[in-house]
Write a protein that binds this ligand. Structure first.
Ligand SMILES: Cc1cc2nc3c(=O)[nH]c(=O)nc-3n(C[C@H](O)[C@H](O)[C@H](O)COP(=O)(O)OP(=O)(O)OC[C@H]3O[C@@H](n4cnc5c(N)ncnc54)[C@H](O)[C@@H]3O)c2cc1C
Length: 373
């Protein structure tokens, strides 16, 4: 039986980046993904500029820019009454772009495969048993003492010394390990790709509305990514606003996702690391989730390489935990602020109207999100 050095569950940005770095270091790396790529995903599609250095280290920054994308020169905050605050975004090598997740995630997974990862798509992990996890699940009724065993819906079996949960906010791995907190269902998101309105411009729009908020970003020369976020009871009204505003039919297909918030999970356990949304879900409004997924994937890969080379596992896991915390340090207050703003669009709009007189506060907050990473 072939035993992989590491099995990574989930081939989003976190999982594919982690797989690519592990495979590049010569590890026998397995990536299991539920979907068949390319696939779309509910996301605002905005790539925070802090992603570029990681994409360069992965050797794909240039290839990302060759894919269809929208360039974002400014972020436009719009209050309920229509008042606006516009903040310029960086240009050149630090520019922000919007790119469809079908293209971006597929390229990352392709890169992981090029570097030697064994990629299995349409492989949904449904059961696992671990070296030390004190639980029993419905498929395996005994604990393996040496390595992780994973089973997929199709009945495939895999074994690996280390396991990475990169399977997003509703992580199956976390659930099977009894680590998944109760989700908060206070809001839901809808997302659609619609026809790009004429003269939309190179901007991302973050618009507060009576029933929630909407994010809009051009992802290429023809399409606009449209996101709606609100409490479930207010979503029908917000959707009607979008249909009217953008001339959409009632049959417009929307993708949906929940939860938008849940408690974080400690990212390191014995022979198990969690990355990206599986470890911590951040506010979509700030457009940072892809960065955190890529960077935690890289940090986890560094840890896995060290453990595989025989370094003391406990101290490496401690180091990963601390690097993971460092990534968010001094930033979670922005998330809390963003969450408060989107939960109270009226207060956020009043704040925005004030900021029209003194826009430096919005510049500061935007720069914090864009540069400080
Ligand atoms: C409305 C909204 C807008 C957003 N906008 C932005 C934005 O503009 N910019 C930004 O940076 N971030 C944004 N985010 C956040 C961003 O989408 C996530 O943070 C990011 O996708 C996390 O990447 P990940 O690799 O951790 O997980 P994911 O991208 O969720 O990937 C997880 C993968 O795991 C697979 N999987 C799940 N379960 C299993 C299983 N059992 N077996 C095998 N595979 C499995 C899934 O199919 C999926 O491909 C937004 C989020 C929302 C909800």
């Amino acid at each position: 039986m072939k035993i992989f050095d590491v099995a990574i569950v989930g081939g989003g940005p976190g999982g594919s980046a982690c797989a690519a770095f592990c495979a590049a270091a010569g590890l026998r790396t397995l990536l299991l993904e539920r979907e068949k790529f390319p696939r779309e995903k509910v996301c605002g599609d905005c790539l925070n500029p802090s992603c570029w250095p990681i994409l360069r280290r992965l050797g794909i920054a240039e290839r990302v820019t060759q894919l269809p994308h929208g360039v974002l020169d400014a972020v436009e905050f719009v209050a309920i009454g229509g008042q606006k605050v516009i903040v310029d975004l960086p240009s050149g090598r630090k520019r922000e772009i919007a790119i469809k997740r079908s293209l971006f995630d597929h390229l990352l997974m392709t890169r992981a495969r090029e570097l030697g990862t064994f990629v299995h798509q349409e492989s949904t992990v449904t059961a696992l048993a671990g070296p030390t996890m004190p639980y029993v699940n419905h498929v395996y009724d005994r604990r393996s003492n040496e390595y992780w065993k994973l089973k997929t819906e199709k009945g495939e079996s895999f074994s690996a010394h280390l396991l990475v949960a990169a399977d997003g906010r509703n992580s199956t791995v976390a659930r099977l390990c009894n680590l998944l907190p109760r989700p908060e269902r206070e809001r839901i998101a809808l997302q659609a790709d619609i026809l790009l309105p004429k003269n939309f411009g190179n901007r991302v729009v973050l618009q507060f509305l009576h029933h929630g908020y909407s994010g809009q970003a051009p992802v290429d020369s023809n399409q606009l990514n449209l996101c709606l976020v609100s409490k479930p009871s207010q979503m029908p009204a917000l959707r009607r606003w979008a249909e009217e505003q953008f001339g959409l039919s009632q049959n417009q297909p929307w993708r949906t996702i929940t939860p938008l918030t849940r408690a974080a999970i400690p990212p390191a356990h014995e022979n198990l690391l969690l990355i990206g949304d599986a470890a911590r879900v951040v506010e979509p409004f700030t457009g940072e989730g892809i960065y955190y997924a890529l960077r935690s994937g890289e940090l986890a890969a560094n840890a896995i390489v060290k453990i595989s080379r025989g370094e003391d596992r406990r101290s490496v896991e401690r180091e990963y935990r601390s690097g993971h915390a460092q990534m968010y340090r001094g930033r979670l207050w922005i998330n809390r602020l963003a969450r408060a703003a989107v939960l109270s669009p009226k207060i956020a709009s009043a704040f925005l109207r004030l900021a029209q007189i003194q826009p430096s506060i919005f510049r500061l907050l935007t720069n914090k999100i864009i540069h400080a990473l």
